[in-house]
Design a protein around this ligand. Structure first.
Ligand code: NAD
Length: 419
């Protein structure tokens, strides 16, 4: 039995994508697949659904949810973690949201999330990082943070091309590197593990292109390419060079590079122009703290993006509130940054904010900005009154501890009041 026969809602319509013009066509009652996920996914996903539904209805629309399975729920129903039905439902409907999935222990699994991103070619992991009033933060000026991180999702040292110490394969690679490629004094004797770091022109350019398009569409001031090209010249250095190339060749009117900004404009960017600059990753990690407001959209290879977006997230309140989404061409899968936190699972206590705000990102992607703003304002009002889940309540003075479901109900009420 295929997914059409079991789970497609009767009243919804499909979102479609016009590839030539890179435009999504979104009906007023789109079918949106949702994976509740494992662990606390069971708590936060229904909470987010209720909030997103309320925002859609308050702006005269309807979301027709289509529940699809992955992880533990899929194992029970289908006997596998990531059924083809789930992947094709998301592929066909273009816009979807998921809760966290536990990475199964055992051979053959890197991660279900990685598998999903790969199968759907979701090449950009996007994490907006902005301050919500009332959220406890470890820094003194959290409101200076308003960044959107674009992390390349398909290559770099995360491509999975690596060989284990002690195997024939790794010794073949060592021989090749030493004998054929001339690196005979580089690898120490004895056991070694070896990985390969591919950074392609194709992978880099489509990521940076998306980051620049996002900056243009959302009136952002700059896109910063974050790399370690000073050391890894032919991989991270190439990322930087290809990044600048996309800007100059494909967006000559809409972007200028930082050198031109100083040489021709004395550091004052003209209106409606996105400045493209680059920073070495270690320096960027410092500047996140010391010059937070100088940065806007960041575009990064996979590993830098992993470190940097977590560090940025910590400055504005951490995992319980950090939203994310994975973008492909005409496709998005929204998901919170956090995992399935098994020890809190099923207790109606986890913070649903990250999943709710991931949904807000999805609403923006389909052009429902009014609904997205309602979600944002309602969540911010809720948190600023310190009526929050346990993770935030213990960090703020005079906080009121709410269950996941209570938090969501109050946010829904606020949406009704604001609309
Ligand atoms: P985690 O994010 O699940 O939990 C770390 C800690 O952060 C938790 O113990 C909890 O204290 C806190 N936390 C996280 N989310 C919270 C929320 N919404 N509300 C309140 N507190 C929250 O990370 P982990 O323990 O390293 O991973 C658990 C499982 O999740 C692993 O199997 C991992 O592979 C998986 N994972 C999945 C995703 C994903 O689906 N995208 C992402 C990360 C980890």
């Amino acid at each position: 039995m295929s997914y059409d026969e079991v789970s497609v809602p009767e009243n919804g319509e499909r979102i479609t994508y016009d590839e030539d013009d890179d435009v999504l066509h979104v009906p007023e009652n789109p079918i949106v697949p949702i994976i509740h996920g494992d662990g606390i996914g069971r708590d936060v996903a229904p909470a987010a659904q209720a909030v997103l539904e309320a925002a859609a209805e308050a702006t005269g629309r309807n979301i027709e949810w289509m529940r699809v399975l992955a992880g533990e729920a899929a194992r029970d129903e289908y006997g596998e973690n990531l059924p083809d039905d789930t992947v094709s439902a998301i592929r066909d409907h273009r816009v979807a949201i998921k809760g966290p999935l536990t990475t199964p222990v055992g051979a053959g699994f890197r991660s279900l999330n990685v598998a999903l991103r790969k199968k759907l070619d979701l090449y950009a992991n996007v994490r907006p990082t902005y301050y919500l009033e009332g959220v406890p933060s470890p820094v003194s000026n959290p409101e200076a943070m308003d960044m959107v991180n674009f992390r390349e999702n398909t290559e770099d040292v995360y491509a999975g091309i690596e060989w284990e110490a002690g195997t024939d394969e790794v010794e073949q690679v060592r021989d090749f590197v030493e004998d054929e490629m001339g690196f005979d004094e580089t690898i120490h004797d004895g056991d070694v593990g070896i990985g390969v770091k591919p950074i392609t022109e194709y992978g880099t350019k489509r990521l940076v292109r998306r980051a620049i398009e996002y900056a243009i569409e959302n009136d952002r001031d700059s896109v910063t390419l974050v790399h370690k090209g000073n050391i890894m010249k032919f991989t991270e250095g190439a990322f930087r060079d290809w990044g600048y190339e996309v800007a100059a060749e494909e967006f000559p009117e809409e972007t200028i590079d930082e050198d031109t900004l100083w040489e021709e404009y004395d550091g004052e960017a003209p209106d409606d122009v996105v400045v493209v600059k680059d920073r070495i990753a270690d320096n960027m990690l410092q500047q996140l703290l010391t010059r937070t407001s100088n940065y806007d959209v960041l575009a990064m290879p996979n590993l830098n993006g992993d470190y940097l977006s977590d560090a940025a997230g910590a400055q504005i309140g951490g995992l319980g509130i950090a939203p994310g989404a994975n973008f492909g061409d005409g496709r998005v899968l929204a998901e919170p940054v956090h995992g399935s936190a098994p020890k809190h699972a099923g207790k109606d206590k986890a913070n649903p904010t990250a999943m709710i705000l991931s949904g807000k990102l999805m609403l923006e992607y389909i052009g429902w900005d009014d609904a997205a703003d309602l979600v944002h304002d309602a969540v911010e009002a809720q948190i600023s009154e310190h009526r929050v889940t346990y993770d935030l309540e213990r960090q703020v003075e005079g906080g009121v501890k709410l269950a996941t479901s209570e938090f969501a109900e109050e946010v829904v009420d606020r949406i009704h009041d604001l609309a």
